[in-house]
Design a protein around this ligand. Sequence first.
Ligand SMILES: [Ca+2]
Length: 200
Amino acid sequence: MSHPCADPPLRRRGRGPSALASLAALAFAASCEGTIQTHDGQPEWAEQFAVGATATSFDLSLRPEDTLPGPPAQGDEVCGTDQDEAWRAEFADHPEGDGLVTLTLEYAAEYLVRKIRVYEGANPGAVVQIRLYEEGDPNQPLIIAVEDPTSACPGVLEIELDEAEQIPSSRLAVVIDTTVHPGAFEEIDTVTLWDYEVRQ
Ligand SMILES: [Ca+2]
């Protein structure tokens, strides 16, 4: 009889498409918790794409729920201010709230979030804060201040969380400062969560 943890990988705290599948996944994860897949001694990473998104401001022809979820766009075409793949605010420099705009992204599975990647399109370097929401505590997010040095277009901002910041989450918010590039649109392609892949 094979060991129950020798089967294909299961992401920790993943939610199945049904309540029954979810219960089975949780039971399986509990039985094998902490068995991290490795490759040459290094943990295997899992990157999770968003399944839903909202924003406090957005280009009305480029709605956040259409542009932010899913995998990042590939190639040089994501760099530019006239692309359909990326979010941008309604105004190049948001006239209210000191120019700050908040994007909220939802994910299907709860990860112990170890890294966050913000894929930035045109005019990168505008991320100033991440708010990470823990399941069952929607009103008191973990707030992470960000200094965004991204300058390449397109660019990727990778935020590695300290161990104390690594909380189980399936929802986060990204605060964008639209005044970083006066007169130009700061664009975000997508935001992804990273955890270690866990073998069941
Ligand atoms: Ca701007």
